[in-house]
Design a protein. Structure first.
Length: 515
């Protein structure tokens, strides 16, 4: 680690955040020094997102003090965080799609000349920044025409170069980046370090943290486990700190498997170039099969390929021993394969519709005769699902947009249940919900969903998969690493496989990504 100033630019003292029924953060003491890249890592649910929310002004701490450049605060607003020189790059690109690249770069930072915006200067400044980092993107190009990776690198440039913040928080900022854009990010971080900025670098990738950071802090269950310089850590010691020795061999209490019946779904060497390669497995009736992997491992793309959203380039899919190739999710649903999207807000719900309307959205044809809806039958089915998935609402006529995140997710699950599919493809069904909603959703999956169907499930954390799955498959950079039977579940081994330890040595590197 290079010599840095000893006085922290950011200091958190005794920060705690308590929600009803759970402690998200407990007595956090954390510092970031000028000219330092400070890594933050922990399992899903460790408290990283809550900490970022506090720094960005979106979450008010229950107790503790935030100090920035010697000034003390009990909490931030979003505007105060920005005024104090804290800039956040979220894990999901948040740009205005209808604006140009230049406009997005300088949004909120527009130069005024006699009360007017100097667009020629903004475009020239944007071109200079893009050229400086070797980005082959036009300054006048509309943001909606950019790839996901290009959108993310645009946000990174805005936070790190345009806003010129003293503290830059990169929250899983590299997860959606291409290899070339990841190299640009590394260069940007290096320049921030050299200019004396403090960088808080959050990632699930151990390799990345050990490569780019000066110090690393490990969070577990809302508490800081340790803070160490990177030369005191290696892959295995860091993995041990993240997982915790008490969980390395036992894992959470698991639910008993139910009846496992005939094969419903089979994949043979399924491939989508640049996303996943030669994926083969089968799913049986009554079985819950988990897909573990970091963001970018190909797990979401695999589910989208099966459901027909992004069809595979090669390989075969069999449904009940018949070869199929779905071209749309609606076609898959008609055949008995239902897909629950990762993004419930934009892909899973019509926000202005009532709960009842959303629940029946994909199944109304089942309750229609000669162009007329059989309202009594449809209403009865909606009531059954409403009660079955335990949606907390005043009534089924309540608008979906008024619900909490967990209840919105239950509506989406209920909507696909209405068709009584034989295979469920569930992409992160517990993502972004509180612990109570998570337990409820996992109980639904382990109960009514698996009763007469097979479930293929991805999750942002290993705990959920270990809790309810009969088998877990691990993906790493688009390749299948290992299959675990329930009796062999081991959190430490799973974690190491998810990180890809040893896989590149065995298989020669990113063979799927290199295509």
């Amino acid at each position: 680690m290079e010599e840095v100033c000893s006085k922290p630019v950011l200091l958190l003292e005794g920060i705690s955040k308590v929600y009803p029924g759970t402690v998200a953060l407990e007595n956090i003491h954390f510092e970031a020094l000028p000219g330092e890249v400070h890594g933050l890592i922990g399992k899903n649910g460790a408290g990283k997102s809550t900490l970022v929310g506090i720094l960005s002004g979106l979450v008010e701490p229950t107790s503790g003090t935030i100090m920035v450049n010697g000034r003390s605060f009990s909490s931030f607003s979003r505007s105060r965080a920005k005024r104090e020189g804290i800039s956040i790059v979220p894990q999901e690109p948040e740009i205005v799609l209808d604006l140009s690249v230049a406009e997005n770069l300088f949004l909120g930072e527009l130069e005024n000349c006699s009360g007017f915006v100097s667009w020629s200067k903004i475009r020239a400044d944007a071109r200079r920044i893009l050229d400086r980092f070797g980005l082959d993107i036009g300054a006048d190009l509309q943001a909606r025409d950019l790839s996901l990776s290009e959108r993310q690198i645009l946000l990174i440039l805005k936070a790190c170069v345009v806003e010129d913040a003293n503290v830059v928080v990169l929250d899983e900022a590299s997860a959606s980046l291409s290899r070339n854009d990841a190299a640009i990010l590394k260069r940007i971080v290096g320049e921030l370090r050299e200019s004396g900025k403090a960088v808080l670098y959050i990632s699930h990738h151990i390799d990345e943290l050990l490569d780019i950071c000066d110090r690393l802090t490990v969070l577990r269950d809302g508490r800081i486990v340790t803070t160490r310089t990177k030369n005191m850590l290696d892959h295995h010691s860091l993995a041990e700190l993240i997982v915790g020795e008490t969980l390395s061999s036992s894992g959470p209490e698991r639910k008993e498997a139910g009846y496992i019946g005939e094969e419903l779904l089979r994949l043979e060497n399924l491939t989508r170039w640049g996303n996943f390669c030669n994926i083969s497995f089968s799913l049986k009736k009554g079985e819950i099969l988990g897909i573990a992997g970091l963001r970018g491992s190909g797990r979401t793309e695999l589910l989208k390929a099966i459901s027909g959203i992004e069809p595979a380039d090669a390989g075969k899919i069999f449904f009940k021993d018949k070869r199929v190739s779905f071209s749309t999710p609606s076609e898959a649903l008609r055949m008995g394969v239902a897909y629950l999207p990762e993004d419930r807000e934009t892909e899973g719900l019509i926000q202005t519709f009532s709960i009842r309307e959303n629940l029946l959205l994909n199944s109304i044809s089942r309750f229609s005769r000669n162009g007329f809806v059989l309202r009594r039958e449809a209403g009865r089915r909606a009531e059954e699902i409403f009660a079955g998935v335990q949606i907390q609402a005043f009534s089924m006529e309540q608008s979906a947009e008024e619900l909490s995140g967990g209840n919105k997710q239950k509506v989406v699950i209920g909507r696909i249940m209405a068709n009584a599919p034989e295979v469920y493809l569930l992409d992160e069904p517990t993502r972004g919900v509180d612990i109570g909603a998570k337990r409820s959703i996992l109980s639904i999956i382990h109960g009514p969903l698996r009763a007469a169907s097979g479930v293929l499930l991805t999750s942002p954390g290993l705990d959920d998969l270990m809790d309810i799955c009969d088998r877990i498959l691990v993906l790493y950079k688009g390749n299948m690493v290992r299959e675990y039977q329930q009796k062999d579940f081991d959190e430490k081994s799973l974690f190491m496989d998810v990180q890809g330890f040893g896989y590149q040595d065995q298989r020669g590197g990113d063979e799927c990504r290199a295509v």
